[in-house]
Write a protein that binds this ligand. Structure first.
Ligand code: SPV
Ligand code: MG
Length: 554
């Protein structure tokens, strides 16, 4: 089975092009190419990405580096499934093929079989297994570490080759003979046995400070199979000499891990000692770099493709009038009167924000300098004293466009009422309180509604109600269906209707004096104006008695 790794290959690409993107094939090409190839150590999705960005065409998923990055020793303390999880991040984040350091294969032939199968399924290009015993120790620790029996290790190689899910999967057999103090003959004998068992390449490891034994091995080995080396200790040998000696692939085995240790140690110390970021900022990668490395731009593009376009819900709050609350409204308008520690207007704007309204325009007038609410912007009706609500609404100008909520500045309502209006598909919908109401002697006028369908309270009654007319009055008539709460929601079309009706009022000479009930009644004559009935859970503040109630309203 040919596993396709997760790269953005166009669907129309020919099968041969797709094959070129397989990690197994890509790794095999690196190792078998006549040029010297290089694999850079990585131990995480991020480091794999950085290795690839530097230009490396292959990655060494180092056992030492992965263990250390987890804070563990290179002694099989991380389980093979934990290593597999890291590899999955690496495969997802970089498209360069990965040769994974498989240590001993995590057990005997049977463990190798399962490991190789799972690596193939995850899109790893190949594995290197070493002729030691589980649990292993790092090659640079101690002397004369015991080696595996040659035949037993050949069984691991064969089992691996028989289990690969892709013909191009690479198995590199690594002999530790020289590291463990065995003579060159033993290293060559083992390499030949592993080659015969089916290994695609041989990794000859050395811990000497010079490359003499590596060069001797290469001379005697000839071209039987590609040879991979790890020049960690013989780092001063010029790379060209490896090239001339016929090395297939060089592994830079642990340098991203070690570089990160130096950088993290230095940065942590500096911040600790300075108790400041001053000296560090500018020396470390910016967060924009982090966003770029993890592909945030791709997520943005995907969001544009898959998420519904966000609704820019806006609101206009009419708060230009003084309100008749005597002394209380001497130096501030009614909307700024304190209700339990917060101005009325702030409570209203907060409710709007909670329901997803991102832009609230407050039309100010009386004592405009005293009007403020966090999260709101303002426009002014400086003629508040001799104009009406429609004129104030007209002042909102540009804000009167697109989907929006329209509210009086002195109303308080439970959030569910607004949410219910926002969920409506009607172009204009009004919140109407259907409770029967007897006017108290001191109560002010109310926006009383006549509708084509009265509230019944019946569970089965879902017939939509529409506004017939609305008037500001002091007492209900037999036709009254309820009281408008001073809260409405408009669709883009509904807002357009309102703008048109304002123009019509201007033409009729009524623009400066009309109130909202007049505007809504005129709209209802031309367009459907929906009504949603509620029973209570709101209030407006028209009188001192209302204010006392508001202070109890939470
Ligand atoms: C590793 O990177 O984990 C290796 C190479 O196995 S070495 O540490 O040199 O053994
Ligand atoms: Mg290792």
């Amino acid at each position: 089975m040919n596993r396709i790794v997760r790269h953005p290959i166009p669907r129309w690409a020919a099968e041969t092009d797709r094959a070129a993107h397989r990690a197994t094939t890509a790794l095999r090409r690196e190792i078998f190419s006549p040029d010297l190839s290089f694999l850079m150590e990585a131990h995480s999705g991020l480091s794999a990405k950085l290795a690839e960005e530097a230009g490396f065409r292959g990655i060494w998923a180092s056992g030492l580096a992965i263990s250390a990055s987890l804070g563990l020793r290179d002694s099989n303390e991380a389980s093979w499934t934990q290593v597999l999880e890291i590899l999955e991040y690496m495969v997802d984040s970089a498209s360069a093929p990965i040769l994974v350091d498989g240590d001993t294969g995590h057990g005997n032939f049977n463990n190798v079989r399962r490991f190789v199968r799972k690596l193939g399924e995850r899109g790893v290009g190949g594995v290197c297994i070493e002729d030691k015993l589980f649990p292993k120790a790092n090659s640079f620790i101690g002397e004369a570490q015991p080696l595996a029996d040659v035949d037993e290790f050949c069984g691991r190689i064969k089992a691996g080759k028989d289990s690969q899910v892709d013909d191009d999967f690479v198995i590199v057999a690594r002999t530790e003979a020289l590291i463990s103090g065995w003579p060159m003959d033993e290293a060559l004998r083992r390499a030949e046995a592993y080659h015969q068992a089916g290994a695609d390449a041989i990794l000859i490891h050395s811990k000497r400070a010079d490359a003499q034994e590596i060069f001797e091995f290469l001379r005697r080995w000839g071209e039987r199979a590609p040879v991979v080396i790890v020049p960690t200790t013989y780092h001063s040998t010029p790379t060209d000499l490896f090239r001339q000696a016929g090395v297939s692939t060089v592994i830079w085995a642990n340098h991203l891990l070690r570089a990160s240790i130096t950088a993290m140690r230095e940065t942590a110390r500096r911040i600790h000692d300075d108790q400041s970021l001053q000296d560090v900022e500018g020396r470390v990668a910016g967060v924009k770099d982090v966003f770029r490395l993890v592909g945030n731009d791709e997520l943005e593009a995907a969001e544009a493709r898959y998420l519904p376009a966000p609704q820019r819900q806006r609101a206009i709050v009419l708060a230009a009038s003084r309100g008749e609350l005597g002394e209380l409204t001497r130096d501030r308008p009614k909307c700024m009167i304190d209700v339990r520690g917060q101005p009325l207007l702030q409570r209203l704007v907060s409710t709007l924000i909670e329901s997803g309204v991102r832009e609230t325009t407050v039309v100010r007038g009386y004592r405009k300098e005293a009007v403020s609410a966090w999260g709101a912007r303002y426009v002014d009706n400086d003629r508040f004293a001799d104009t009406g609500e429609v004129y104030s609404l007209g002042m909102a100008g540009q804000a009167l466009e697109g989907e929006l909520v329209l509210a009086y500045g002195d109303v308080l309502f439970r959030r569910y009422i607004l949410d219910s209006l926002l969920a409506s598909s009607a172009d204009i919908v009004l919140a109407v309180d259907a409770r029967p109401w007897t006017p108290a002697p001191a109560s002010g006028s109310r926006d009383l509604v006549e509708a084509d369908h009265r509230f019944s309270g019946d569970y089965l009654d879902d017939a939509p109600a529409h506004l017939v007319s609305m008037a500001s009055a002091f007492a209900p008539s037999p036709a009254t269906a309820g009281e408008w709460m001073g809260l409405a929601r408009l669709s883009s079309l509904g807002a357009q209707w309102v703008v048109e009706e304002i123009e019509a009022l201007k033409a009729d000479g009524l623009y400066e004096t009309a109130d909202l009930p007049t505007l809504l009644t005129r709209l209802a004559a031309r367009h459907p104006v929906r009504i949603k009935y509620f029973t209570g859970h709101w209030m407006d503040v028209d009188t001192l008695a209302d204010l006392a109630d508001a202070r109890n309203f939470t």
